[in-house]
Design a protein around this ligand. Sequence first.
Ligand SMILES: *[C@@H]1O[C@H](CO)[C@@H](O)[C@H](O)[C@H]1NC(C)=O
Ligand SMILES: *[C@@H]1O[C@H](CO)[C@@H](O)[C@H](O)[C@H]1NC(C)=O
Ligand SMILES: *[C@@H]1O[C@H](CO)[C@@H](O)[C@H](O)[C@H]1NC(C)=O
Ligand SMILES: *[C@@H]1O[C@H](CO)[C@@H](O)[C@H](O)[C@H]1NC(C)=O
Ligand SMILES: *[C@@H]1O[C@H](CO)[C@@H](O)[C@H](O)[C@H]1NC(C)=O
Ligand SMILES: *[C@@H]1O[C@H](CO)[C@@H](O)[C@H](O)[C@H]1NC(C)=O
Ligand SMILES: *[C@@H]1O[C@H](CO)[C@@H](O)[C@H](O)[C@H]1NC(C)=O
Ligand SMILES: *[C@@H]1O[C@H](CO)[C@@H](O)[C@H](O)[C@H]1NC(C)=O
Length: 487
Amino acid sequence: MRMLLNIFQICFVCLSYSFGEEINLYGDAGEAYAIEVYIGHPHQKFKLLVDTGSTTLALASYARNDSDKYFHANNSSSLYNSGNSIQAAYTQGTWTGFLASDFIQFPSLTDIPEVRSDFALITDSHDFFTKASGWQGLLGLAYMPVGAWGAKSGSVESWLDALDRNVNKPMSFHLKLCGPTSTTNTTHYGYFKVVDDRTPNSNTNKTFRTPVLRQRWYEVGVISIRVMSSVTPKTKEVLVEDKVKDPDEDMCVKLNKVKSIVDSGTTQIKLPDELFGQVVEELKNEFRKSQVLILDEFWNRREAACWPEPQVWTLPWLAIDLLSADADNQYFTLEIPPQNYMLVVGVHNSSDTTGTVSTYCYKLGLDAGGEETVVGYTAMEGLQVTFNRSAGWIGFQTSDCGSNARITGPYNASFSLKSNCQLLKPVAETATSIKAAQWALCAISTIALGVILYLLAPCIKTFFVRRMPRSQQISLSQAALVEEESS
Ligand SMILES: *[C@@H]1O[C@H](CO)[C@@H](O)[C@H](O)[C@H]1NC(C)=O
Ligand SMILES: *[C@@H]1O[C@H](CO)[C@@H](O)[C@H](O)[C@H]1NC(C)=O
Ligand SMILES: *[C@@H]1O[C@H](CO)[C@@H](O)[C@H](O)[C@H]1NC(C)=O
Ligand SMILES: *[C@@H]1O[C@H](CO)[C@@H](O)[C@H](O)[C@H]1NC(C)=O
Ligand SMILES: *[C@@H]1O[C@H](CO)[C@@H](O)[C@H](O)[C@H]1NC(C)=O
Ligand SMILES: *[C@@H]1O[C@H](CO)[C@@H](O)[C@H](O)[C@H]1NC(C)=O
Ligand SMILES: *[C@@H]1O[C@H](CO)[C@@H](O)[C@H](O)[C@H]1NC(C)=O
Ligand SMILES: *[C@@H]1O[C@H](CO)[C@@H](O)[C@H](O)[C@H]1NC(C)=O
């Protein structure tokens, strides 16, 4: 049986190589990227959000009001349900369920074997699955903090840890997120690939590595976030290595005060409240100089702004400086074009007496994150991001899909960024161990916050589509959009 499986795997491997990479991530506007998964025997097919902001695989196993797609637990002959209940609570949204284990396979990851993994069977939830969500659960890709959940449940393994154990070597993964399919189709797509240390990386562009400072979430050192002054793109191969540029120490201390994480399950780039205010103020001023009118709600209440034609943004780029893994005083810069942070959240056609009217809606890809910094998928689109779990670094490369995001550097500072930005806060190991369960739950809440707060906009307005003078903006909330899409 095992032999047969291996032969099959080998054949699939050659197939996948000869056909090149296969798109295996899709997401609806405003939602993170999801991958297809087979769970249990016989296989049941679902979509899981690919989430580097949590660790536990969690799956709906009951019929919700608006979706009858869920894991039929009693139909899987290989399911082991521990009967131990687990739960997660968020600012908005909760779920409860049981700790279980079953076989997990990703049909698009042809060279990755099916493995038995722990997961959460969600049996009840509140405001967790959104009405329009095309996914039924989460695939957590973050680290399992040391220790156990408690005597009753035993230790809960993530899918990646189960895989590591099964293939007996550390596995890493690449995320290549490409953004919307086209100006008229908001479905975004990308690639998820699980690799070992010997898999050659087909992307030969320079890799800029940032260290994972603490292996719980993917906690990194964000040195600064800036609105870039020059709108015109720089020429590619500017030699900058001989420049010493000192970042703003005050800003980097603020950014990393609690933690900064790289989270594919969160849409926006989230900044501590005060810094968010500053960055948005700068962007607003740049907008005032341009011809495009944008209502204040777009900035302050994070509502969608809509136009009758797709927008081409000639706005400043955002720069995100990350600590380099190569030296204590070094950092590099992710340069994010406006196409990334002006998120397309909906394209609608509707008919009125004068014919078909199209509406193109955008939302700001930045948000206030309380005291935390979250590098959401808005900052990853157009780049290939490698999460090297065992070695503890995240690598960024420019890629062949999506926006023309750039990476520059490395830049040297005249002081140690680790110490001056206070990136070396010790974590009490015992506390980590005892609080393992809470960590996992908190981790999930990070993504849930991202998804839910994003979709449930602060207020619901009626959705009006009228013929507008060119470039005049109409305003509506994402919630209204979701209603529209699902009705
Ligand atoms: C589900 O539908 C029932 C009946 O229509 C309603 O009473 C209940 O509040 C709904 N639950 C949720 C979570 O929307
Ligand atoms: C699973 O349970 C449902 C009802 O709860 C039942 O209709 C179905 O036949 C069961 N399936 C199996 C394989 O036992
Ligand atoms: C349950 O399993 C049977 C085969 O054992 C299959 O025919 C049926 O479609 C399955 N139902 C679901 C909901 O997966
Ligand atoms: C948008 O693109 C996706 C993926 O290519 C496709 O499945 C979907 O049908 C497209 N939707 C529209 C409205 O064209
Ligand atoms: C992970 O990092 C280690 C050390 O830097 C390296 O040897 C290994 O090849 C890396 N793995 C991947 C998949 O990049
Ligand atoms: C930048 O820092 C690195 C590591 O400290 C050092 O090797 C390199 O020579 C420095 N470059 C310049 C131009 O100072
Ligand atoms: C809207 O209409 C345009 C032109 O008629 C068409 O190209 C586009 O695919 C339509 N979009 C949707 C979402 O139906
Ligand atoms: C390398 O990056 C460039 C942009 O800088 C991009 O055009 C190219 O496609 C990338 N190569 C690969 C293999 O992704």
